[in-house]
Design a protein around this ligand. Structure first.
Ligand code: PA5
Length: 428
């Protein structure tokens, strides 16, 4: 289960105000459970854990295994909630430099012509044995019309149609059940399709085919991930302490005028996850003039950058740290014959231990600098615990945003840039 450590945070608030905030958090939790809050037709991310669909998990895992056998490159084409979750889990669990299975690339999450041009060149470059690359494409868009994704999809699929005879098996679409341009294309071309349930919004969709197919193609056991989330769901239905504590604390910080939640980790493997929480929180709480800006920091890298600001800049922030208790690797500092580099005192020490000391020192320093730090702790970095962490964050986000009296499930502000952009592009 997910552990929330508030030891370095509670000193910033009074006991009595925390108790009141816990009561508010409890009311917000009841709204989530009873479906009586705003946006209550978007609670499918809970429904799918209450009634797991094993047949669909199985279909996805079997399809992914076939893709893994045949593909050299698997492209995930989507933006926002249609790609951040898959990217987070794949980056967390796959080994850097040395992953087995197809190379997983992302497209459709921005509009860089240079990126797409180079991607197309890369796809068309034969492998070292001279054979052409075997490319699969998963286009993911609930609305089926998001411009970034649609443009990348058009570009890649045009080439795939010209290049592959079996293109229908290579393009997989994940979208809403009906409607949208993408559904028309699927009907015309006969691509295989996965459905995003109507009652689940993009940023809450990582445990639907949106995230599960790419994660499974990444070689990660989606059953374990999914049932990790189910176990956290079942746990938090009966024991809400961790989720209420963290949402109550965030709420009090917001109320006291704190503007930023710096979301960081000393495990680079969890940076993708931090970006997933940034998107989840940002689109959920940032409306009606509300919200803590979710800023991501990767440590210890960013201690040599925005660390300075966290330590001594404007005092308007709190910090959330993702912590993994057990060592992710047993790699240690190599022993060498001379001590010219003056690192002999670290001979043979695990990098994990050194990193832990950096973390403890940083928490202490930030605390002394007036920044409350909340630690969200998992014991091990594995699929089961990441599944737990996903649900913990989804529920915490819904509860905390309800405490602000805001709808956590819409994103009306996202339309503004689209309308201005379409006007400039002359879209009718
Ligand atoms: O959370 C959300 O709803 C958004 O971030 C969407 O996921 C994002 O805008 C992409 O939308 P779509 O899947 O419709 O292309």
């Amino acid at each position: 289960m997910i552990n929330v450590d508030l030891n370095e945070a509670l000193g910033f608030i009074e006991d009595s105000e925390f108790e009141e905030a816990i009561d508010l958090a409890n009311n917000a939790f009841t709204k989530v459970v009873d479906g009586t809050g705003p946006g209550n037709d978007w609670l499918g991310w809970r429904r799918i854990l209450a009634e797991p669909n094993d047949a669909e998990l199985d279909r996805i895992a079997r399809h992914a295994a076939k893709i893994r056998e045949d593909a050299d490159v698997f492209i995930v084409c989507g933006i926002g909630g249609s790609f951040t979750g898959a990217k987070a889990i794949i980056e967390a669990l796959n080994l850097p430099f040395n992953s087995s299975g197809p190379e997983i690339l992302f497209a459709g999450h921005h509009m860089s012509g240079r990126y797409l041009e180079q991607l197309m060149k890369y796809l068309q470059t034969p492998k070292s044995d001279g054979e052409p690359k075997s490319v699969y494409l998963n286009v993911i868009s609930k609305s089926g019309s998001t411009l970034e994704t649609a443009l990348a999809f058009r570009t890649i699929r045009k080439w795939m149609h010209e290049f592959y005879d079996d293109v229908k098996d290579r393009i997989i679409a994940t979208t809403g059940e009906t409607g949208g341009v993408l559904n028309k294309i699927i009907d015309e071309e006969g691509y295989s399709k996965y459905i995003i349930p109507e009652d689940i919004g993009g940023r809450y969709s990582v445990l639907t085919p949106v995230g599960l197919l790419p994660i499974s193609v990444g070689g990660i056991d989606i059953q374990t991930l999914y049932y990790g989330a189910v176990s956290e769901y079942e746990h938090l239905e009966n024991d809400t302490e961790t989720v209420l504590n963290y949402s109550a604390f965030r709420y009090l910080m917001h109320k006291k005028g704190v503007a930023l939640d710096v979301i960081g980790s000393f495990e680079p493997e969890l940076m993708g996850f931090a970006y997933w929480t940034q998107q989840l929180l940002g689109e959920s709480e940032g409306k009606e003039g509300m919200g803590l800006f979710p800023a991501v920091a990767g440590y210890s890298t960013d201690l040599h950058s925005i660390g300075q600001m966290i330590q001594q800049g404007q005092r308007n922030m709190m910090e959330t740290l993702f912590v993994v208790d057990s060592p992710i690797s047993k790699f240690s500092v190599p022993k060498v014959n001379s001590d010219t580099d003056q690192l002999g005192y670290l001979d043979g020490k695990l990098f994990h231990e050194i990193n832990k000391s950096a973390q403890q020192g940083t928490v202490q320093a930030h605390l002394e600098g007036g920044v409350p730090v909340v630690k969200i702790i998992i014991e091990k970095l594995n699929a089961q615990q990441l599944g737990q962490l996903i649900y913990f964050y989804e529920l915490m986000t819904a509860v905390y945003v309800y405490m602000l009296n805001v709808n956590p499930f819409n994103q009306p502000g996202v339309e503004n840039y689209k309308q201005a952009m379409y006007r400039l592009l002359g879209k009718k």
